[in-house]
Design a protein around this ligand. Structure first.
Ligand code: TXE
Length: 481
């Protein structure tokens, strides 16, 4: 069975403790590879390698850093098919989705920051003829990057690329649930000629590897994407050490669908924003509020199209939904469906596991599930489920739906469907979220600030925001006379 290895100081190495964790294929429920069960000792080695590489990498001309990163991007593109298959096998997502979204986006992340760094300038502030201030922006040193399982290579590279583009060296940890493409990335970085120690990838559990990164005194900056509880734990450890923190956490995103929307576009996109990646995207819209006059029509179309979505083998191009990521996660999602029923909800479609045949019989499949009849403040409508489960509810006024939309502890994204321009802009200002999509979903320009408010996180990724995060500003003031 394939044994993955850590990538430390430019080499693939076994974990110091020589222990491994089973890696499951969610589509079959079978173990198919082994992941290093690394610990503090491996993180220490990785951090030493990153520290040693930093003085040289931080002064390597940005044109050279850019050139190597462009090479990594090209290699990701060249290996698209292999990476897409690996992502699908590791995560359970349809291979078509990995081919269309995850892997091209990982290549774009490297490409985007390889070029962004060439245009990254710092500010100056002239005090007329008295003095001149200018801001130096220097890389911080060793950056800790911790990423989740839902968009494995996509989110892993979204952190690593700006970190190394701006001259930092990195100790990174992918999710132990989906380590494969991070491992393949280490091979591609070697092929691209990334100098040793610039990127180090340590595999293993969050409570061992993630926690060792978070508390390591030589890692002054942590960029994390994952669950809100984990984010709080990281902040608890890192804040008293005064580390720079970027936390991209959970969401419970509302869809506000008004009667004057473009009905077909709203319907089609809402199916996607509900069930893409089996609902395991922090940006998925899981609370769907529909204006009363179109509620019944929307509901019946939405339910009938959701019922028609095929759930099955992720490698089969007709599967719209693959497997959810793990058995534990499947059980968590099913327990939320049970909770919804206990809270008085009616399951309009789905609500159960989907049993497959043959080699897929032990896989983790859940039918797209739509629930109605729940108040906006019940647990089902307040807590992140992170699966193919959405609730629908009618509303009568803009004021009412705004109250529902803003009623959770989360504030990542909101989706508004209306052809009324004034209302769209008004709501965009009033919704408590870091991102508002109007008449679309998941349309992304990598230059825009990305992140959430309230318990959805702290800080922003994307564009120059990330380059600001991964550099430390220093003001220099020169007296002119
Ligand atoms: O995330 P975790 P999990 C949500 C979603 C999901 C829940 C838990 O609701 O059901 O979070 O998922 C590492 N110190 N999201 O358990 O645990 C861990 O190894 C440092 C939302 O997978 O937050 C992994 O690499 N690191 C989400 C990463 O943190 C620790 C995406 C994320 O894992 C750690 C995924 C610790 N103490 C889940 N404990 C989104 N918003 O995109 C764990 N980790």
């Amino acid at each position: 069975m394939q044994k993955l290895q850590n990538y430390i100081n430019g080499e693939l190495v076994a974990p110091v403790g020589e222990q491994y964790i089973d890696n499951y294929n969610p589509a079959t429920g079978k173990v198919y590879s082994l992941i290093p069960d690394s610990d503090e000792r491996d993180v220490n080695l990785a951090t030493e390698a990153a520290k040693a590489a930093f003085p040289k990498w931080s002064v390597t001309p940005k044109e050279e850093r850019s050139r190597i990163m462009l090479k990594v991007s090209e290699l990701i593109e060249k290996n698209l098919e292999r990476l897409a298959l690996a992502e699908s096998t590791d995560n359970g997502k349809p291979v078509a989705l990995a081919r269309m979204v995850d892997i091209p986006r990982a290549a774009s992340n490297f490409h985007f920051y390889a070029t962004a760094i060439l245009h990254f300038a710092s500010e100056s502030h002239a005090m007329e003829d008295t003095a001149l201030n200018y801001t130096l922006r220097s890389p911080v040193g060793v950056a800790g990057c911790i990423s989740p399982w839902n968009l494995p290579l996509y989110l892993f590279t979204w952190k690593i690329a700006p970190a190394i583009a701006s001259g930092n060296c990195v100790v990174a940890k992918p999710s132990e649930i989906t380590p494969m493409t991070a491992y393949l990335l280490s091979e591609l970085c070697m092929e691209a000629g990334l100098p040793k120690g610039v990127l180090n990838i340590v595999h293993g559990y969050g409570h061992k590897v993630g926690s060792a990164i978070t508390k390591h005194p030589a890692i002054p900056l942590i960029s994390f994407t994952g669950g809100t509880k984990t984010g709080a734990e990281i902040a608890r450890v890192a804040a008293p050490m005064f580390k720079k923190l970027s936390l991209e956490l959970g969401g419970k995103n509302p869809n506000l669908i008004f009667a004057d929307c473009n009905f077909e576009n709203a319907l089609k996109t809402t199916l996607n924003s509900s069930f893409a990646n089996q609902g395991q995207i922090c940006l998925c819209g899981s609370r769907i509020f529909i204006e009363k006059s179109i509620y019944e029509k929307f509901k019946s179309e939405f339910v009938s199209r959701a019922k028609a979505m095929k759930v099955g083998n992720p490698a089969d191009s007709s599967s719209k939904l693959g497997a959810v990521v793990s058995k534990a996660h499947m059980e968590k999602i099913l327990s939320y469906i049970q909770l919804a029923e206990e809270e008085g909800g009616t399951v309009l479609c789905g609500g159960h596991q989907v049993k497959q045949e043959g080699e897929f019989a032990e896989g983790y499949y859940i039918a797209p599930t739509i629930i109605e009849g729940l108040p906006h403040d019940c647990r089902t409508n307040q807590e992140e489920i992170f699966g193919p489960v959405v609730t629908i509810a009618p509303f009568e006024s803009e004021e009412e739906v705004l109250k529902y939309a803003n009623s959770t502890q989360y504030g990542l994204a909101s989706i508004v469907w209306t052809e009324n321009l004034t209302r769209a802009h008004r709501l965009a200002g009033l919704l408590h979220s870091g991102i508002v999509w109007i008449n679309c979903w998941l349309l992304r320009d990598l230059r825009t600030p990305f992140g959430g408010v309230k318990n959805s996180g702290v800080g922003r990724e994307g564009g120059f925001e990330a380059l600001h995060f991964f550099t430390e500003p220093k003001n220099v003031c020169i007296k002119l006379k």
